[in-house]
Design a protein around this ligand. Structure first.
Ligand SMILES: NC(=O)c1ccc[n+]([C@@H]2O[C@H](COP(=O)([O-])OP(=O)(O)OC[C@H]3O[C@@H](n4cnc5c(N)ncnc54)[C@H](O)[C@@H]3O)[C@@H](O)[C@H]2O)c1
Length: 394
């Protein structure tokens, strides 16, 4: 059985999850054994070892070697692949280090948070022989795979119109914890819509060429002092977004949550974009993060084709296909359980198969780059009230 030595850079919540899923996928495929042989993270070794086994995870990294400097780890270790799971603004500089050593890579999204980083990453990808899986689990979920088959069969004709939506009840994290700092995330198009633009583009199968966008901050704002923690706020017991209410409503609250009504709370709380494709097809997409009742929420797409339509919401487990000129409506039920509607399992399986030379990446770097470009241009458009061409330039 192939032994895969994996290095993790940034062993936080997401990378712990991805590393464990990668190990589990290799075990269930019975094609490789995955070992996290090296970890690069500024947190103390003992904390990382305990963290890897906490909260229901069972990643054993007690035999790993630990580094705080990525260059040192990459120069010392013989790795088959790296997982990069730091916070967003470090993805590009760390990915370039891995790509320049031609090591295969699982790269968290967004792949870049600035145009400058995006251009540098694109250039690094072009000069590297690394194989890359970008962390876009939605594109390999059952509803997306199934929808792609239906679209490719020609049943709904050529897709000429699309509408996508994301409204999440757990949006508090974008205003209470580290995500509230836009200098780290680059804003919520890059944080959330990057997934949706990716899977919707994959389904439409056309080249996006232009975008216009708008974003608003109507709810998650206020005059509370910068850096105020909910736990230190006298209004916590009555505040609908405070940690006390969070526990009451959701059974959980943001750890060490900061005030979402403070003067330093970043991120828009809703945003919309219209994307034009090369043949004139367009997609309208909207996302919202201030709604807290699950009944208000959803994530999905409507695709209008020349012969009919296809729509699904990841949360309802049904793909509806309707033919325009025949009285035919089909409801196709899918099961999409597990993290990211089953996408994390499928994507880490693809990562393992790619490393074993069995299949190519289903989420290559080019897809991460184009999705980040769309999000960066959406942000520019929203901030400058201007249409933006989707070209790799500032
Ligand atoms: N693909 C998805 O669906 C998905 C889901 C959740 C999160 N994410 C992304 O995952 C990323 C990480 O999120 P998280 O919640 O795990 O964050 P986190 O804060 O839990 O983890 C970040 C880790 O990086 C470490 N770190 C900091 N500086 C470092 C450096 N210079 N070198 C190496 N390690 C360093 C931190 O100590 C920490 O352990 C974010 O970019 C987020 O957008 C993606």
């Amino acid at each position: 059985m192939k032994q895969l030595k994996i290095g993790v850079i940034g062993l936080g919540g997401r990378a712990r999850h991805v590393a464990m899923y990668t190990r589990n996928s290799a075990n269930s495929l019975k094609i490789a054994e995955v070992n996290v042989t090296a970890v690069c993270d500024p947190r103390p070794k003992d904390e990382l070892i305990a963290y890897a086994k906490a909260d229901g995870y069972d990643l054993d990294i007690s035999e790993s070697r630990f580094y705080t400097d990525a260059d040192e780890m990459l120069d010392t270790e013989e790795l088959d692949a790296c997982i990069i799971g730091t916070r967003c603004n470090l993805h590009t500089p760390l990915a370039i280090k891995v790509l320049d050593r031609n090591i295969d890579l699982f790269l968290e999204k967004p792949v870049a948070t600035t145009i400058e980083d995006l251009l540098a990453l694109k250039a690094a990808g072009e000069r590297s022989s690394s194989r890359v899986v970008v962390s876009f689990p939605l594109r390999v979920t059952p509803p997306v795979t199934l929808s792609k088959e239906i679209i490719d069969s020609g049943e709904i004709g050529d897709i000429v119109f699309a509408n996508g939506w994301t409204r999440v009840a757990y949006g508090g994290c974008y205003y209470h914890n580290w995500y509230r700092d836009e200098s780290i995330t680059g804003g919520l198009f890059l944080q959330k819509a990057t997934h949706d633009f990716d899977y919707i583009n994959y389904l439409i199968g056309k080249k996006p060429v232009e975008i216009c966008a708008m974003k608003s901050k109507m709810v998650m704002k206020g005059n509370k002092p910068a850096g105020l923690y909910c736990k230190d706020c006298p209004e916590n017991p009555t505040c609908v977004e405070g940690t006390v209410h969070g526990w009451r409503t959701f059974g959980y609250a943001q750890d060490d949550g900061k005030c979402c009504y403070a003067v330093d709370t970043g991120n828009e709380d809703s945003g919309s974009a219209i994307l034009r494709y090369e043949d004139g097809t367009h997609l309208s997409y909207s996302q919202a993060f201030f709604l807290r009742n699950i009944a208000s929420c959803g994530r999905g797409v409507f695709l209008g084709g020349t012969k009919g339509s296809l729509t699904f919401d990841f949360n309802t487990n049904v793909i509806k296909v309707a033919r325009s000129y025949e009285n035919v409506v089909k409801d196709i039920t899918f099961t999409a359980s597990g993290a990211h509607f089953g996408g994390d399992e499928r994507l880490t399986e693809n990562f393992v198969k790619m490393l074993c030379g069995i299949e190519p990446s289903h989420s290559p770097l080019e897809e991460g780059l184009i999705s980040a470009l769309i999000c960066l241009k959406a942000k520019q458009s929203a901030e400058n009230n201007a249409f933006k061409k989707l070209v790799y330039e500032k």
